[in-house]
Design a protein around this ligand. Sequence first.
Ligand code: AMP
Ligand code: MN
Ligand code: MN
Ligand code: MN
Length: 281
Amino acid sequence: MIDLHSHSTCSDGALPPAELLARAAAVGLRALALTDHDTVAGLEEAAAAARTHGVRLVPGIEFSAAWRSQSIHVLGLWIDPGAPALRAAVAAQLDRRRHRIRAICERLTHKGLPGDRLLAMVEARASLPTRSHLADALVEAGCVRDPRAAFRVHLGRGRAAHVAAEWPALAEIVGWIVAAGGTASLAHPTRYALSATARNALLADFVAAGGRALEIGCGGNAAHHVDACAALARRHGLEATVGSDFHGPRMPWNPLGRLAKLPDGLIPAWRSRGIGGDEDG
Ligand code: AMP
Ligand code: MN
Ligand code: MN
Ligand code: MN
């Protein structure tokens, strides 16, 4: 099995990179991509642990990008984390994220919540702050019952504390991934609120920018998602990647190594990267 989408404590995952690799070995993965949001900070520790456990590490990242008014996630797989363009990009993303979390906390303060304290909690714990960390802080401060409620009531789109992120354009992000020697794969394509027409326009722009693959299913999601992704991949001439989007044992709906079976006729992106056979993922 090959899992090309996972998170560690270097972004909003629950396990440090070394523990993530140990778990990958325990569930029988042959290869794992660590794809933290907008950071490559965990890749060195992950590579060392991968050697210990006999798992192949695919160096990766999950970039947040802007396309029209949407936030789109692009996986950069087989990247060189030391590539200059990538290093600069990662530093800029971190600045954007810190700025955004501060802006969200200010809005929470205006709503009568302890924004300063929540910000301090996030900054104390997260080297790369995400809304997931803020959702956890809201739970810990007793403001909401669970992280899902934090998104539903405060942090999600259309809520009072929602701050639209100003991510770089999709084409720019794909350019960085390609410049770092990576394969750009558009993550979880059925998760965006887009019409079929807009989704096709997104994929066309992605391909024009140098995008090469599409994530087929995510977390082993339902067959109709897999079929929809496969149809998009065929239509736009994209290779396929598979991944669980594992964030930690607390999100049991996305277990590590739970993968969609690749439909016939799709070209696995890992084949040209020397991970042969086992096309079922
Ligand atoms: P950000 O990249 O800072 O906008 O944070 C987005 C992250 O929050 C995602 O990667 C998910 O891990 C998490 N997330 C988004 N929506 C929800 C939700 N409704 N419930 C729980 N976690 C969510
Ligand atoms: Mn996440
Ligand atoms: Mn994502
Ligand atoms: Mn992810």
